[in-house]
Design a protein around this ligand. Structure first.
Ligand code: GDP
Ligand code: MG
Length: 163
């Protein structure tokens, strides 16, 4: 079966935007359990001839911080279960937030490779915002603009390196 790449991160960082940019054929999976809906969208994607499945684990909006954290825990559990590589998305314009730090702590509990994609670097002036993300402790920290597509090649090179 194909390697699985799971996209995780707090809301509004651009997970769905990068998913849509990279997505090929889509497969939607919704599992209803009492009290929760775990929805995932899988797609079949490829980079340099390497095929993989991509999972966008987002899609639910929450009002308060506790609910956001519950949702993120859910996402990370799914990612840990199913992923070969985790694509952790953050927002260069917001800088490192406490929620990013929380997600990073979860991800450090696994041995799975994590690529930290610092999104919304639409302009060179945001490049200096990227350096602080190294404090989250991941080897790969890659500036991307999902909007323009810049940096996505470097990001995908890092992803497929770990298959
Ligand atoms: P998600 O909640 O993590 O799935 O985030 P979305 O993909 O829904 O994006 C949240 C918002 O950020 C939307 O308004 C996107 O258009 C915007 N966005 C996503 N990627 C970029 C980017 O690279 N640059 C800018 N400027 N905005 C972006
Ligand atoms: Mg989304």
């Amino acid at each position: 079966s194909l390697p699985v790449v799971a996209i995780v991160g707090r809301p509004n960082v651009g997970k769905s935007t990068i998913f849509n940019r990279l997505a090929g054929e889509r497969i939607a999976i919704v599992e209803d359990q009492p009290g929760i809906t775990r929805d995932r969208i899988y797609s079949r994607s490829e980079w340099n001839g390497r095929e993989f499945h991509l999972i966008d684990t987002g899609g639910i909006e929450f009002g308060d911080t506790d609910e956001i954290m519950d949702h993120i825990r859910n996402q990370v559990e799914l990612a840990l279960d199913e992923a070969d590589v985790i694509l952790f998305v953050a927002d260069a314009r917001d800088g490192v937030t406490t929620t990013d730090e929380e997600v990073a702590r979860f991800l450090h509990r696994t041995n799975k490779p994590v690529i930290l994609m610092v999104n919304k670097v639409d302009d060179i002036k945001y490049t200096e915002n990227v350096f602080e993300f190294y404090q989250l402790g991941f080897e790969h920290v890659i500036p991307v603009s999902s909007l323009h597509g810049t940096g996505t090649g470097d990001m995908l090179d890092a992803v497929v390196e770990h298959f």
